[in-house]
Design a protein around this ligand. Sequence first.
Ligand code: ADP
Ligand code: ASP
Ligand code: MG
Length: 593
Amino acid sequence: MPIIVQKFGGTSVATPEKIAAAARKAIRAQQDGNQVVVVVSAMGHNTDMLVDLAHQVNEEPPAREMDMLLSTGEQVSVALMAMSIHKFGYKAVSLTGAQMGIKTDSSYTKARIKTISTDRIRKLLDDGNIVIAAGFQGVDEELNITTLGRGGSDTTAVALAAVLKADACEIYTDVDGVYTTDPRLLPEARQMNLISYDEMLELASLGAGVMHNRSIEFAKKFGVPIRVRSSFSDAPGSMIVSSPESDSVGVCGAALTQDEARLTIQGVPDRPGTSFEIFKRLADRKITVDMIVQNIGQENKADISFTVPSSELKETLKAVNEAAKIVGAEGVTHDDAVAKVSVVGRGMAKQTGVAEKMFHAIAEAGINIQIITTSEIKISVIVQRNQSLAALRAVHHAFQLHQSPPDANVWDVAKHRNDSNLSLNEIVERLRSVNMEKLTLVDISMTSDQARITLSGVPDQPGLASDVFSKVASAGIFVDMIVQSYDGYQGETSISFTAPETQLDDCLNVLKKLDYKFRKISGSKDIAKLSVSGIGLRSHTSVGIGMFEALAEANINVLMINTSELRVNVVVDGRDGERGLAALQKKFSDSFL
Ligand code: ADP
Ligand code: ASP
Ligand code: MG
C-alpha cells in the first residue's frame, strides 16, 4: 500500500477546529488507499511561548532542559490530533520522537538525526492506524530528549518519508506553496509551480522560512519529492524536486535574513591557521557562520569579517574575543543592525551579469552594500537592516521574479513515478543503517585556470560594486567568486574576485580605466581554487572548519573563501594547490557516500 506523510505546521493545528480539519485530511488520504503518517508541530505559537517562559526563569537556560521543555509543545498536539481522529471513528496512535525511535546526536536545540527505526510505525500502519508523529524531536543515546532546531518538524516529516520510502510527502502550511520570496514581505511575490532541491535548500538556509533547510538536505539525499501546500484550501501547491522551474533564468528566488549580525576581527596576523583558530570555536558551538570575507590590510595584517544570526551574537562574541587574544588580533567590532539580502538560482553559474544586475538594483535604490559574497548558486549582500526590505524589493523587481519564466516547467507526477532508481535505493539502505544526517560529500577538486583580482582602498559608497561589475561584464569577462569585505576604519573596503586567467589582462585594463581612485589594483594568475562539494555544506559547520584545519596543518594560507549549501570553495596560492588538494582529500576521506 502506498505510504503518504502529511505534515501540519503550527498555524494548521492552532485551534480545535483546525486540528479537526487536519484530521479530516489525514482520514481522506487513508480512505484513498494510503497508509498515512501525520507529523505535527506545536499548536500556534506555543514553541515561542515556551521559549519566552524559559527565559523568564533563566536568561541562559541550559540546552538540555530547553529541549525537555520545547518537546512538550508537539506532545500536546499529537495527542489532540489522535483524539480528533478517534472522534471521527478512525484508528490513530500518537508517538513521541523517542517512541518512534528517532535517535539523534546530543547537540541539544539543534540535534541531528542519526537513525530512525521504522518497525513500530510500520506495525501500527499495518494494523490500520493513522500514525501521528511528534515533529521536531528525538532522543539521544542516553535517552535525553533533543530537538532539531526551530522549524524542525519539516525535517522530521521528510526524514520519515525517506525511511518509509513514502510515495508522497505533503507539507501543509499557511501559504499556498513556495514563493519567489516571502509573500508576507513582498505581496508581489509569485508562487512557483516547482523549485529544485538545490535552490530550495539555498533559499531556506538564507532565510526563506517556509521549509527547514535540513529537511531539503534529506529530500535531496533520499530523492523525496515534497509538495508544499495550504492547509486551508485545495490548491495544488508547489513541488520541490530535482529539476528547476526554468532552465533559462539566472535567478529563481530572493531571500532576506533580517536578524543577522556582522563581526569583524581587526588586525589579524596574516599567517596560516589563524582562521582555523577563530572558526573552530564557532563550529564547536555549532554556530552557522556565513559571509566570511577577509581583506589584506597594512603590514601583513588582515581583517576578517563574517555574519551570524543575531540570536547567536552573544555566544559568538564570547568565542571570538577568546580567539582574538590567542591569535594576537587588534580588536573585535560588531554591528547588530544589518540584514542579508540574497538571490538564488542554479542558472547564474552559466550567465554573466547576474551579480551586476543585483548590485545595480540596490544602487538605484540608493542603498550601500557593506559586504558581498557570491557562490555558484547564490549572491548575498549585507546592508543596513532598515534598508533591507527596500533592497529585497529592488532585487525582486530587477530579476522580474513576479513574472513566470517563459519556459516554466510543469510538475508531471506520472513521469516521476516511473523514475525508480536502484542506486538511490542503495543509498537509502546504506544511510538508514548508518547515520542519516551524516555529512555527505560528492567531490573534492581543484582548478588552476582562474586569476584573482583585488581592488584595495575602495571608497565605501552606493553604486560602486554596480559600476565595477557592469564595466567588467560589458567587457565579456566571466566573473566567478566575488567578495567585498567590510573595512572598519578608513571608510574604505576592498573587493576581490576571480575570473578566467586568460581574461586577466583585459580585466586589469578595464579596471584601470575606471574613474575611481583605488589605492591599488592587483592581479595574480598564480592561484588555485579548491572545492569541496556535497549536500548541506553550510549547515554542516564541520566542512568549512575541516578545510581550514587541513590547510592550516599543511601550512597553507587561505586567500578567499565562499560557501553555499552545495560547495565550499577556497582560493590559495597556486604553488600550494596540489598540496592543499591532497590535504583536503585526506581530511574528508570518510565523508563520501
Ligand atoms: P509552519 O508553521 O506551517 O511550519 P512557517 O511559518 O514555518 O509555517 O512557514 C510558512 C511561512 O513561511 C509563510 O507564512 C511565509 O510567510 C514564510 N515564507 C518565507 N519565505 C517564503 C517563501 N519563499 N515562500 C513561501 N513562504 C515563505
Ligand atoms: N514547533 C517547532 C517550532 O516552532 C518546530 C516546528 O514547528 O517545525 O520551531
Ligand atoms: Mg515551519
